[in-house]
Write a protein that binds this ligand. Structure first.
Ligand SMILES: [Zn+2]
Length: 1132
């Protein structure tokens, strides 16, 4: 039995406990809260049973779009009355979340269509297939069906129509063998990527080998490719598409101007636009754009090209089915500038663009296409969570969530929403069963934060056996006197105060009045039994610990920080409507010794106490160290004034580090509270002290079996310290300001294991990097955070959580212990079978996070998710999410480097991915030639994203990246959610010159490849950590003027870190884009200006993930070929 009491160590709830007053959350406190705050809550329908008919009391409420307006007053008061009837245990909480209820409670049952109505399955969905991909194949029964109208193109994830993308890849070579230059620009030669369709369905087509077409496509203008004579990489042969009839798609799906020009071989008689033939960009999403280039949606965002090309100039050759293709001359084509910027073009191609390539990059799955399709298909309707196993929109899509019994995807995302019923199936497909859980995720303003539920002195209602918390999946029986657990099937008696009659469908009458019976996410107030030592916790404390050694002073850090803290301390997190924060603060400075400060409010001046015996750290004062900011403001301000002066002339360069954490920990212990240490540190701690480190950086270890050492801590001291910190609820946030190696792998360990955040500002200078640091600090201090937390993931019979990835500590196999958990941290969980699952029952997941709020309130946040189960692998492959899969793979790999050579880790990733795709090919795709690469629709981006992970600095470092940066990135990624890993590994590249200054929208992103950049364009690239603006050297002068306020490209100052504030639409729009992007990410990104051909460009190019990189990372095209080869090997 893996299910244990959630907080066994804290004791089980005792029903007889008297006298617990949970911080004013009892019913008498509800009076002062406006009823409208609760009115809208009427409980979602129990829609996780796909056939359930909504039965909420207010189901007949008006059909106004629920998100556009707050619910009507009448509805609110009605609902509130219902909510409050019987008992008031669901009564309002005082949390800050409640303040948003009036605008954030859009859901009215019955006021909008059920999700399964909104996303009615379509008979077929050809348009899901980006037609820019070559030879997309719709397998099986769908292949005959005509495409639906563009406006109906979205089919639900549970659609019965398997879509398959097939790609005519048959690269015989490994991706390492192409002798192309490093800066290979595949697009310059539009010859390859041919996708002839086999004229006779079902007829086997031999796998083709590839010859080198002797002729290349020349470029018009001054840059001409040699017409012939240069050996080409093999041309991809076309997909045979056996079993697929030749019904052509309506030509209208293929707008002119979008045809990838690479169809140099095709079957005689095939028309453009036939299925299976490389066709234009998707009919949806982009189709409307070509006519509106002025709106920033030029025709090429998907990677097609602006030149209107005849699709057929080189289609003359009939497909012979022969294993090799005769080379043939091709007409010259313009194929270079992906943008519609006038003027600079043909004669400006960099020399490397003459490189030829064998596969058309436009013919392989495009991340941008998938992202844009999802936006247009799923961004318009709210995502209602009522249906079990529903795949949510992508993280890149802006959508509204309605909690109807399953948690929002902002809290939980899964790699698969339809789990294989047996472990044999799971082993066969190799798709990891994994969920990324972000328990305290910030919700947008128009979504209701979890309600707080109070079940009174007896605590939350739970299953007697497995201790799962009351949730919508529990089945009430015997007239409501008992409930059967959805997780372990045990029957538990309902306590009298929780009893309610059932309606004729067996549902409790109060189902929609109780969040825990109708919502996927909610909170319980925990009783004292859930508290450490059965004592209500004290409010947490923040301790600021500032390195005052020579480097920290010299860089301007100490002055900047002390000045900022004076105002920042007004923004400490506070509970709900509380006037001031309950968090107490304390201050320490240190170099080789530690200085504690007494800032008691009664003092006229702060007092310093020096502890130089750092071998056995203790806190020299109790009273006056941790104080209320408002009471001690004058003393604190005085201290913050004095610190920079006191140490201004310091010559001390040595620092300690271990004793600093120990001191903070001891202070929290003495105050009997949880809390967070903010440590601002600059150097490797070389001074004689516990936790002293030596410089052990050794880049020669890269690519050896000993490389793992670089990621491991150099001493076990910090492991032990981390354990103590977790036990106390002492979280450590680390702000590093190094000028050289500081051993992030070791220093960051306590941060990592206590759920803290790490920030790194290499070569920090207050003038240049101050903005970034202060923004990060502000966000870090203010963000929603829970302390002294334990997370437990329960599952229904058949699967269980077996592995966890993230920033936390685990002392047993089930409890994720977090000294603190903030709104940015995600934990990735892997599940394995321990029994069979059933298609009828599905699989249920319940994540319970017990934590202490910023005011010291003990709470449980519960997230529930129910998934489908299948006996056919095709159902699994239809309901996957690649972004989540990648999040898991990254975390698996980044943990793997601690114990394996990076090459082994990379090989394992490739191997597992190839198995996933090969299993699909073998079991789910319609029979076809091995020469075809066939990818499941939901995983068609797996190769491109996987390649980004493989090429990342952790797994395949170049010489320019430091050991510290690798350790730093490894640590950051480990707690990232799906949206963060998505953009981090495949950055967002926005064509600035196409932005529509009259719209709030961003221009459509382009693919991360140098070939997509126009010399006449300006681009913004961001990955959540870095932010660049790249300026092409032929950018029009008026655009340069309006953005940079200089007259020419040459005058742009690439050292600037902020755009000039100019009063013109272009400048305003770009600056607002930068602001919005920064606001979307947890870390402030410093802006870097990169001018084309400038030395900084190399750094920028490092983020063009579809290109080959200087560290040996394969281009997307080459990697796809490699994956294909791996898959073929597995199949043969
Ligand atoms: Zn149970």
């Amino acid at each position: 039995m893996n299910q244990q009491g959630h907080m066994a160590s804290y004791g089980q709830p005792q029903s007889g406990y008297q006298g617990y007053q949970p911080f004013g959350y009892n019913s008498q406190h509800t009076a002062g809260v406006p009823t409208s705050q609760y009115g809208p809550y009427n409980g979602p329908v129990q829609g996780y049973q796909p056939t359930a008919v909504p039965q909420g009391p207010l189901r007949t409420a008006s059909g106004a779009p629920p998100t556009s307006l707050p619910p009507s007053t009448a509805a609110q008061s009605t609902a509130y009355n219902q909510y409050g009837q019987g008992d008031v245990q669901n009564g309002p909480a005082m949390s800050d979340q409640l303040q948003r209820f009036p605008v954030s409670q859009p859901y009215m049952p019955g006021s909008h269509p059920m999700p399964y109505q909104q996303y009615a399955p379509l008979p077929n969905n050809t348009q899901q297939l980006p037609n820019q991909m070559a030879a997309m194949q719709i397998s099986g029964s769908t292949s005959n069906a005509p495409p639906p109208p563009a406006s109906q193109s979205y089919g639900p994830p549970t659609s019965h129509h398997q879509t398959t993308a097939s790609f005519p890849l048959a690269g015989p070579a490994s991706y390492t063998q192409y002798p192309t230059p490093l800066q290979n620009i595949p697009s310059s030669v539009p010859q390859s990527g041919n996708h002839p369709q086999h004229p006779f369905p079902g007829q086997p087509v031999p796998a083709s080998t590839f010859t080198s077409p002797p002729t290349s496509t020349g470029l018009t203008g001054s840059t001409l490719l040699p017409p012939s004579g240069v050996p080409r990489p093999p041309v991809m042969h076309g997909p045979p598409l056996s079993g697929q009839p030749q019904a052509g798609l309506p030509p209208s799906q293929h707008p002119t101007g979008h045809y990838p020009p690479q169809l140099n071989h095709r079957p005689a008689g095939l028309q453009p636009g036939m299925p299976g033939v490389v066709s234009g960009p998707p009919a949806q999403g982009f189709q409307a754009h070509p006519s509106q280039p002025s709106q920033g949606l030029g025709p090429q965002q998907n990677g097609s090209f602006g030149q209107v090309r005849s699709p057929q100039p080189n289609f003359a050759a009939p497909y012979t089915g022969a294993p090799s293709y005769p080379s043939q001359p091709q007409p010259q084509q313009k194929r270079l500038d992906p943008d519609s910027i006038p003027s600079p073009q043909l004669n400006e191609l960099p020399p490397q663009q003459k490189t030829r390539h064998r596969i058309d990059p436009d013919a392989i799955p495009s991340p941008i296409q998938v992202i844009e399709d999802d936006k247009s298909n799923r961004g318009t309707e709210p995502f209602s969570t009522g249906v079990r196993g529903q795949v949510p929109p992508l993280v890149t899509t802006d959508f509204v969530v309605k909690d109807q019994g399953n948690s929002s995807p902002r809290f939980i995302r899964c790699a698969a929403y339809n789990l294989p019923c047996t472990s044999d199936m799971a082993k066969q497909c190799q798709v990891p069963l994994t969920a990324v859980i972000k328990p305290l995720a910030t919700l947008p303003a128009d979504e209701a934060p979890p309600y707080i539920v109070d079940h009174g002195e007896t605590g939350p209602i739970r299953c007697n056996r497995c201790k799962a918390y009351m949730c919508p999946y529990m089945q009430f029986i015997e007239g409501g006197r008992k409930f059967q657990c959805a997780f372990c099937s045990c029957v538990t008696e309902v306590l009298p105060h929780y009893f309610q009659h059932l309606d004729h469908t067996g549902k409790r009458m109060d189902c929609y009045d109780r969040p825990e019976l109708s919502l996927g996410s909610y909170e319980f107030l925990a009783t004292v039994d859930y508290c450490k030592n059965n004592k209500i916790p004290n409010p947490p404390a923040f301790i600021f610990m500032i390195d005052v050694s020579y480097n920290a002073l010299k860089s301007g850090l100490v002055q900047l920080l002390c000045e900022e803290l004076k105002t920042l301390l007004d923004y400490l997190p506070r509970e709900g409507n509380a006037e001031e924060s309950a968090i107490r603060v304390g201050f320490v400075t240190y170099n080789k010794v530690l200085h504690f400060y007494n800032v008691k409010s009664s003092l006229a001046q702060p007092q310093m106490m020096v502890v130089s015996d750092i071998a056995d750290m203790f806190v020299p004062l109790l009273d006056g160290f941790l104080v209320n900011i408002n009471e001690s403001r004058a003393v604190i301000n005085s201290l913050l004034e004095q610190i920079p002066e006191m140490f201004a002339d310091t010559r001390e360069t040595e620092t300690v580090f271990g004793p600093v954490i120990q001191a903070g920990l001891e202070a929290l212990k003495a105050a009997e509270c949880a809390g967070k240490l903010f440590i601002f540190h600059s150097t490797l701690p070389l001074a004689e002290a516990p936790g002293k480190l030596k410089n052990r950086d050794d880049k020669k270890l890269i690519n050896t079996d000993k490389e793992k050492v670089l990621f491991q801590p150099q001493t076990s001291f910090y492991n032990n310290l981390a354990k103590e910190c977790v036990a106390q609820g002492c979280c450590v946030d680390l702000f590093l300001f190094p000028n050289q190696y500081v051993d992030v792998a070791t220093l960051g360990l306590v941060t990592y294991q206590t759920g803290g955040s790490i920030y790194k500002y290499t070569f920090f200078q207050a003038q240049v990097d101050g903005d970034r640091f202060l923004n990060d600090l502000h966000r870090d201090v203010r963000k929603v955070i829970g302390f002294d937390a334990v997370m437990r993931v329960r599952t229904s019979t058949g699967i269980r959580a077996t592995d966890f990835f993230g920033s936390f500590y685990m002392s047993n196999t089930t409890d994720v212990e977090l000294a603190a958990l903030d709104c940015d941290k995600a934990v990735t969980v892997e599940f394995k079978h321990d029994d069979k699952l059933s298609e009828d029952v599905g699989a249920q997941i319940q994540c319970a996070l017990l934590y202490t709020s910023c005011s010291g309130q003990r709470r449980l946040r519960i997230h529930n998710l129910s998934l489908n189960c299948c006996t056919q692998l095709a159902d699994l492959y239809r309901n996957c999410e690649t972004d989540t899969l990648i999040n898991y793979f990254v975390k698996l790999a980044y943990r793997g480097v601690l114990s394996n050579p990076t090459k082994t880790v990379r090989d394992n990733l490739i191997n597992q991915s190839a198995q996933i795709l090969a299993c699909y090919r073998k079991n789910c795709a319609s029979p076809s030639s091995a020469g075809q690469l066939i990818l499941p629709e939901c995983m068609k981006l797996l190769p491109v994203y996987l390649n980004c992970v493989l090429k990342s600095d952790v797994l395949q470092p170049g010489t320019e990246i430091s050991t510290d940066d690798r350790a730093y990135i490894r640590q950051l990624v480990t707690s990232m959610d799906v949206a963060e890993t998505n953009v981090f590994f495949y950055p967002r590249l926005l064509p600035v010159h196409k932005m529509d200054v009259d719209s709030d929208d961003f221009p459509v992103a382009i693919r991360c490849s140098e070939e997509r950049l126009s010399k006449g364009g300006i681009y913004l690239l961001e990955n959540g950590l870095n932010l660049f603006i790249w300026v092409g050297m032929n950018t029009q002068h008026d655009l340069i003027q309006s953005i940079f306020n200089v007259q020419s490209f040459g005058q742009i100052d690439s050292a600037m870190t902020a755009l000039p504030m100019l009063d013109n639409p272009c400048s305003k729009k770009l600056r607002s884009m930068v602001d919005m992007i920064r606001a979307q990410r947890p870390r402030f990104m410093k802006l870097m200006i990169v001018k084309q051909d400038d030395k900084m460009e190399l750094l920028f190019k490092h983020f063009l993930m579809e290109d080959k990189n200087v560290n040996g990372g394969a281009s997307y095209v080459d990697f796809l070929c490699h994956m294909h080869k791996e898959i073929r090997q597995l199949l043969s």
